[in-house]
Design a protein around this ligand. Sequence first.
Ligand code: NAD
Length: 460
Amino acid sequence: MSRTFNVINPATGARVGAAPDASADDARAAIERSVAAFPLWKAKTAFERGDLLRRWRDRILQNEDALARLMTAEMGKPITESRGEVKYAAGFVDWYAEEGKRAYGDLIPTHAAGKRLLATRQPVGPVYAVTPWNFPSAMVTRKVAPALAAGCSVVLKPAEQSPLTAIRLAELWVEAGGPAEVFQVVTTSDPVAVSEPFFADARVRKLTFTGSTEVGKLLYAQAARTVKRVSLELGGHAPFLIFEDADIAHAVTQVMATKFRNAGQTCVCANRIYVHASIREAVVVQLAEAVRALRVGDPLDEATQIGPLVDRAGLDKVTAHVADAIAKGARAVVGGQAGQGLYFEPTLLVDVAAGMRILEEETFGPVAPIVSFTSEAEVIAAANDTPYGLAAYLWTRDLGRAFRVSEALDYGIVGVNDGLPATPHAPFGGVKASGVGREGGRWGLDEYLDVKYVSIALPA
Ligand code: NAD
């Protein structure tokens, strides 16, 4: 493979480096290696696989700073967040190094004296993994660590914007003693052509995808051709509900944490902030102060809190959402404009109402839209009025309301007075158009295991 494509730093426009530009033939070769490696890897014990995973975790942590700098250069995430992400990424490897040992089966009580019934769990087979750019290391390990722990071989195709981090992670796997053909990375500027051989090949038994709902639907249909197991982690449109009995100061710090992380480019970012009318003024005043105080700048600078958006398409979408909201009657209390290059000003919008694009689609930018509400029933209906169902947040001091509302929200993840619920050992994933399956914890391992039922008739 001699062709390459350039990776561009969104903060500066400079070339970060180049990644191999794989073709469909390269993909076919990777599949052959993966299919050949699978039975050997499956035959290892979970303890042997766990040892290698732990060594990989150590290599990742030893390289925290270099990996963090690479991620920031590739996709513009502030360096302090990149360091946090490397730890988070290593956390998945750490968890699954152990969890692989707990892929228990069942001995089922028999219905016939001469029979013994067993349910065991076996690796699904070679896996095709496709990841996005917004978490260039954690989205990789959240898939690859459980797949490897379960005994699957993996070919990973990272996003065009952040291929170098994925390549480095695979190198660290090999440096840790992991077999190269068990975890391969295929980078390409043409994801459609490179994905086709995986969908055509029935020996690839699983598709795991994280990315937009639009692309996820296409790949879901493609995976049906050879009836693959499928996990989809797709887009979100998170509502953040602040009730009249909330701790306002705490709610504001958590809106800031979930909304402005990664310049608003996460699938669980608060995308719609519903505030009870009686406390709206207080919330807006405190939020405005916090948004104004955000440090925008060079993402390699330790003090920077907001970097650039990843690319021109991302910036154009954010700009269009804000312009649409303002044209329909919203007001920018802070920000509202694109800045230099790929930057967009941290923005607080008020008087946001139904019919605006910002309340219907994922914005993926540093824009906090405030909508006011007066009743619990009204805000639950508004929160659920979307095709998406990934994360939702609610703020209240009333225990009854915390249960009632979290049960009524059609979402895979609910943060109750918690703006950052994700952690490697808990289930992460959505309902409705936000996806299929769960990553993290024991649920994440199940995605790579098939149940096998063995019925044994004993000799008389
Ligand atoms: P994207 O859907 O554009 O791309 C994701 C991946 O799919 C990339 O690797 C890309 O190369 C590949 N791809 C694109 N078109 C393809 C095609 N036709 N065939 C095969 N592969 C194709 O998404 P993105 O812009 O990289 O990431 C942002 C999206 O990811 C947002 O919608 C975000 O909410 C979502 N996301 C979801 C989660 C989650 O856990 N639910 C986590 C992170 C990001």
